[in-house]
Write a new protein. Structure first.
Length: 129
């Protein structure tokens, strides 16, 4: 996928400046070239919006979602506290599915704030990155 395709896909999003969208799309594309989920070590996909955090545990070889969690129904605490709650919830769901090792796909987001809080909570709950 070339740079022009990344720019075209990034243009479709709304609410953020074009250069910021394009930069995030490029970072995500670069990351996805390297990160692949397998049956033994699925990919932990983190999608961050302005209000919420959505997380899925994906086995790319079969194309199925093993577990998922989000801050959509959580109301207690600020956004970072909710991200921590999602981290523990997805770790418990992953353990129930028989998964302990995962590969983190941060989706082009920088590893700070809510993404880092989520990852730390998931590690503390027993997931290995």
């Amino acid at each position: 996928m070339g740079a022009s395709t990344i720019v075209k896909r990034a243009r479709r999003s709304a609410g953020v400046s074009a250069s910021r969208r394009t930069s995030k799309a490029r970072r995500h594309f670069r990351l996805r070239k390297k990160v692949v989920g397998t049956e033994s070590r699925p990919r932990l996909v983190v999608t961050r919006s302005a209000r919420h955090l959505f997380v899925q545990l994906v086995d790319d070889t079969k194309g199925i979602t093993l577990a998922s969690a989000s801050t959509f129904k959580l109301t207690e605490g600020d956004k970072t506290a909710r991200a921590r709650q999602v981290g523990t919830a997805v770790a418990e769901s992953a353990k129930a599915a028989g998964v302990t090792k995962v590969v983190l796909d941060r989706g082009g987001n920088s590893y700070t704030g809510r993404i880092a809080a989520f990852a730390d909570a998931a590690r503390e709950a027993g997931l290995e990155f």
